[in-house]
Design a protein around this ligand. Structure first.
Ligand SMILES: *Cc1c(COP(=O)(O)O)cnc(C)c1O
Length: 219
C-alpha cells in the first residue's frame, strides 16, 4: 500500500498516548516526504551518517530521533538537533552526549537501552548495569542529558509469547527504575518498544513509543 495509506492504518491502531516514530533507514527523502505531507513529524534513523544529511535536506520542523546503535565519536554530528536518542547503552556514551549537550548549550533527551532479547548480538545494558549507571557519580554530575525512559528490542522471532515475555520484562524494569531513581522526575515516562512485526504486542504491554519502518514505507 502507498505510504499515506500505511500511515493512516498504523495511526488508527495506535492509541493517542503512544507516539509513532517513523524509521527512515534506507528510505529516500522523496518517500519520507510522503509521510511528512500527510502530517507526520517524528522520524527516526539508525545511523548518524544517514541522520545528518536527512536533517539537512528535509523540513526543519521534523523531530529526529536516533534509534540505532550510536558510537561516541558520532555524537557530535547529531548533538545540535537530535530530539531523542533511544539507544544509550553505556556510561561512556552518556558522558559524551552530556559533553556535546554542554557544547551546544542544550539538554539532550535520552533513553537507556536494555538488553532483553535471547540473541547476544543486540546491544543494551542489563537491568543491573542500568542501575549501576544511574547510581554512578559521573551520572549524578551530568547537567546536559535528560534520561526520559527505557528502550529495547525483542528477539526476532515468530513466537509471540517470547516477544511478550521480553516486553513485559522491560515494563517491569521501567516501573522499578522509575520508583527507585525518578520518583520526582516527570520526564522519566517513555517505554520505546515495538517495531513493524511486534508493535501491537508492545502497545499491549505498555509501550509509549513504537519505532516503525518497513510496515510504513514498504509500498
Ligand atoms: C530498523 C529499526 C526499526 C524499525 O524496524 P522495522 O522492522 O522496519 O519496523 C526500529 N528500531 C530500530 C532500532 C531499528 O534499527
Amino acid at each position: 500500500m502507498p505510504v499515506t495509506e500505511n500511515l493512516l492504518k498504523i495511526n488508527s491502531t495506535i492509541p493517542d498516548n503512544v507516539q509513532l516514530v517513523a524509521v527512515t533507514k534506507t528510505i529516500s527523502p522523496e518517500t519520507i516526504m510522503k509521510a511528512y505531507d500527510a502530517g507526520h513529524r517524528v522520524f527516526g534513523e539508525s545511523k548518524a551518517q544517514e541522520l545528518v544529511p536527512k536533517y539537512d535536506s528535509l523540513p526543519s520542523d521534523i523531530q529526529w530521533h536516533m534509534v540505532g546503535h550510536l558510537q561516541s565519536n558520532k555524537v557530535k554530528y547529531i548533538a545540535p538537533f537530535v530530539s531523542l536518542i533511544h539507544s544509550v547503552d553505556s556510561l561512556k556514551l552518556l558522558k559524551t552526549i552530556n559533553k556535546e549537550g554542554k557544547k551546544n548549550d542544550r539538554t539532550i533527551p535520552c533513553l537507556l537501552q536494555l538488553h532483553i532479547a535471547e540473541e547476544s548480538t543486540k546491544y543494551g545494558l542489563s537491568f543491573d548495569e542500568c542501575c549501576e549507571l544511574l547510581e554512578s557519580e559521573p551520572f549524578r554530575q551530568m547537567t546536559h542529558v535528560s534520561v526520559n525512559g527505557l528502550m529495547a528490542m525483542a528477539t526476532f522471532t515468530e513466537n509471540q509469547e517470547t516477544i511478550r515475555k521480553e516486553f513485559r520484562f522491560l515494563k517491569q524494569s521501567f516501573d522499578i527504575i522509575r520508583e527507585r531513581y525518578f520518583q520526582n522526575n516527570e520526564n522519566f515516562r517513555e517505554i520505546s518498544m515495538g517495531m513493524s512485526n511486534d508493535y501491537e504486542i508492545g502497545i499491549e504491554e505498555g509501550s509509549t513509543m513504537v519505532r516503525i519502518g518497513s510496515a510504513l514505507f514498504n509500498e
